[in-house]
Design a binder for this molecule. Structure first.
Ligand code: DC
Length: 290
């Protein structure tokens, strides 16, 4: 891909355009908050960046990977194989996400039990791609995700949010980073959490990430990929703070475009985020293709 890492989508058909200021019709209401899809590969920062951006914007945040993790945890607990479709689909009714006091849907319930910690464990980590590729399970979780998003003012993160779950989202962002950079960040995070042993295993982390990238992007149903109308943000050379700022900037710009606020609002903000992202993203190897 080229050097324009963050694409200005202000001319795209699906970006709400400001109304004609001379038509005398005021906007129906101030923007209540957009529906924003954020997709990207494992450890690209979708959850941490998305959650922080949501907090700054006063939006809710939903990491849809937690639904797949919760079903996987329950399936392992009950010995349900990924090939037992009827039993697997039934498990979807038993998982729920609950919001914390900031509107982050980060508390995971499965069969009435709080499994927020367990869904991050090694057993789920190893098995979740196997379960999440099952088309019947994915179909069962679609209405749930759409219902969560329907009230607006939400950032919803996942793999197929912009392509399948919310194809009419107000804004789509695809957050990308090279596998090497994602492995480095994950190892650093583990070291910070005191998991020295795991942190030393950066090569193993990299191999695991590549394996999951392959599984997620080559599966038949809803493979990981950027929607054609997504703003692609490559974060290899961006700090966490810079990445959050870039995401907040494109959302603010899209809000202004929708509310019919300042002239050229969308283009102005996204252009500055674009130039900062692209000028810092000249990482060796350039942007990964998906
Ligand atoms: O983002 P994560 O690592 O928590 O996702 C866990 C798994 O769920 C991973 O295998 C990808 C899958 N997933 C998916 O297929 N679709 C989503 N919308 C979110 C996650």
């Amino acid at each position: 891909m080229g050097s324009a890492i963050l694409r200005d989508v202000s001319q795209d058909d699906n970006v709400p355009q400001r109304p004609n200021p001379d038509d005398g019709i005021p906007p129906a209401s101030p923007a209540p908050g957009l529906i924003v899809a954020v997709d990207g590969p494992s450890s690209s920062g979708k959850s941490t960046v998305g959650a922080e951006a949501a907090t700054r914007l006063g939006y809710r945040f939903c990491d849809t990977g937690l639904l797949y993790r919760a079903v996987t945890w329950l399936a392992l607990e009950r010995g349900v194989e990924s090939t037992d479709l009827a039993a697997l689909v039934a498990l979807a009714d038993e998982v729920r996400l609950e919001a914390d006091d900031q509107g982050r849907l980060c508390c995971v319930q499965a069969a009435g039990r709080d499994v927020t910690t367990e869904v991050r464990g090694k057993a789920v980590e190893a098995a979740v791609s196997e379960y999440s590729r099952v088309a019947e399970l994915r179909a069962a979780l679609i209405p749930r995700q759409r219902e969560i998003a329907s009230d607006g003012a939400i950032i919803m993160a996942g793999r197929d949010i912009g392509t399948v779950i919310l194809p009419d989202a107000d804004l789509k962002v695809y957050l990308d980073a090279s596998a090497e950079e994602r492995a480095r960040r994950r190892a650093a995070q583990r070291a910070a959490e005191g998991m020295a042993e795991e942190a030393r295993e950066e090569q193993q982390v990299l191999a695991d990430l590549k394996r999951r990238d392959t599984l997620d992007s080559t599966r038949v149903t809803a493979p990981l990929r950027a929607a054609p109308d997504a703003v692609v943000l490559h974060s290899d050379a961006l700090s966490f703070e810079e990445t959050v700022e870039a995401v907040v900037a494109v959302i603010r710009a899209a809000e202004r475009a929708r509310a019919g606020g300042e002239s050229g609002a969308y283009g102005a903000s996204s252009a500055s985020a674009a130039s900062s992202a692209s000028s810092r993203s000249a990482a060796p190897g350039g942007e990964r293709g998906e």
